[in-house]
Design a binder for this molecule. Structure first.
Ligand code: ZN
Length: 397
């Protein structure tokens, strides 16, 4: 059993220890010390990093036999004394997030009677999963309550209890470990069994900000940021907001309205462009039909005209197909290409079959009827596509 210095002193970063055992480990050497300040990955909180002697600590594993295994990129010998140093920035970040999680979970529990079923502390984001769905208004209540606890600067105390003693206490959740329990008490706000590293007063958490939420497994997943990460979040939002408001030349408050106006304008422009393309298609179709090639018993236009979107291509192909005996195979100039096939009622061409032949060769997908079919996602250059369309039309005619 390794003595866990972090159990009683979460701010201790330097320590002396003796190497008890070494063993092979993936990515380096596994080292077991008589004592350590390094926190191993457990309870939703990632491991510490830092140095053991001259080596970097890459991973810290909490093993079932009570040993803590430090995976290092160097070599140590059993019996050797070694100086350990924990990376404080990473440890402190984890302390803020983890302590904030206790306070936030306690707020959901106390104010809304919603239990937290799991916790994950990630590199960028931290989440708790709540047992039921909660509304935005409920989330705001819990967030407000949690920050009130932060600002009251409640003491965070560590104590140890036997399972019998713990059974009589109002723990927020059932302990998962057996034997002596390590309890974390936050004022009279929260009491839970936990092996993690915490701040000693809630004020050190700084701020608890909910950044997003989503429905998850019948409950709600809450994404949150505390302390330094809450400040990072604020800076990111500020920069994103500044970039958006600069682009649109509006203030932050005017941003939603400005986006709505742009969407409206864009819809109107699309509608206008569609009308214009349809009108233009009538003229363009007559011009293109004049250069149609006889293929089988059909006059076929195969082209990749510049500047037409899928609606325009469709209008153009249909306009060509309104000329008796005509058919059209039109591609977009984009990569991958869009495709529209249309034919007049009296023309001998199966539009859907031609489309399927081209999709089988160039990829993509599509569908339609014998007189009108459209697709997209076709690889190949315009020249390759047009040549293949002529071949396929000739073969099927
Ligand atoms: Zn904890």
């Amino acid at each position: 059993m390794t003595e866990r210095i972090y159990y009683t002193d979460a701010t201790r970063t330097e320590f002396e220890a003796v190497v008890e055992r070494v063993e092979p480990a993936e990515g380096g050497q596994g080292v077991i010390l008589d004592r350590t300040a390094f926190y191993p990955t457990s309870g939703g909180q990632p491991h510490d990093t830092g140095r053991l002697g001259g080596a970097a600590v890459l991973d810290v594993v909490d093993r079932d036999d009570g040993a803590i295994v430090h995976v290092i990129d160097g070599r140590l010998e059993p019996g050797q004394s070694v100086h350990g140093r924990v990376d404080w920035d990473r440890r402190f970040d984890h302390m803020q997030q983890h302590s904030g999680q206790h306070v936030l979970s306690a707020a959901f529990d106390r104010r809304l009677k919603v239990r937290t079923v799991s916790f994950h502390l990630g590199r960028v984001t931290s989440t708790i999963d709540l047992e039921r769905e909660v509304s935005p208004a409920e989330i705001q209540i819990a967030e407000q309550e949690a920050n009130a606890v932060v600002w009251r600067n409640e003491p965070v105390a560590i104590r140890f209890a036997s399972p019998e003693e713990a059974a009589a206490m109002p723990l927020r959740k059932e302990p998962v470990r057996e034997g002596t329990l390590r309890l974390v008490a936050i004022g009279d706000v929260d009491l839970s069994a936990c092996g993690g590293t915490h701040v000693d007063r809630t004020g050190t958490i700084g701020l608890i900000a909910v950044r997003a939420w989503e429905r998850f497994k019948g409950g709600t997943r809450i994404e949150f940021a505390c302390g330094g990460r809450a400040l990072d979040l604020c800076r990111t939002l500020r920069d994103q907001m500044a970039a958006a408001t600069r682009l649109l030349s509006v203030s932050g408050a005017e941003l939603p309205e400005a986006v709505e106006r742009l969407q409206q304008e864009s819809r109107e422009l699309r509608r206008a462009a569609k009308g214009l393309q349809e009108q233009l298609a009538e003229y363009e179709a007559v011009r293109m039909a004049a250069s149609a090639r006889p293929v089988g018993g059909l006059r076929l236009v195969v082209a990749a005209p510049e500047g037409w979107d899928v609606n325009g291509l469709k209008a153009l192909a249909q306009a060509i197909a309104r000329q008796p005996g005509h058919g059209a195979v039109l591609f977009s100039r984009t990569t991958p290409a869009l495709l529209v096939v249309a034919r007049a009622a009296d023309a001998a061409l199966d539009a859907r079959q031609l489309l399927n032949t081209l999709v089988a060769r160039f990829g993509g997908k599509g569908g339609g009827r014998p007189d009108l079919a459209q697709g997209g996602g076709l690889g190949g250059t315009s020249d390759e596509l047009m040549a293949a369309a002529l071949d396929a039309a000739g073969a099927s005619a």
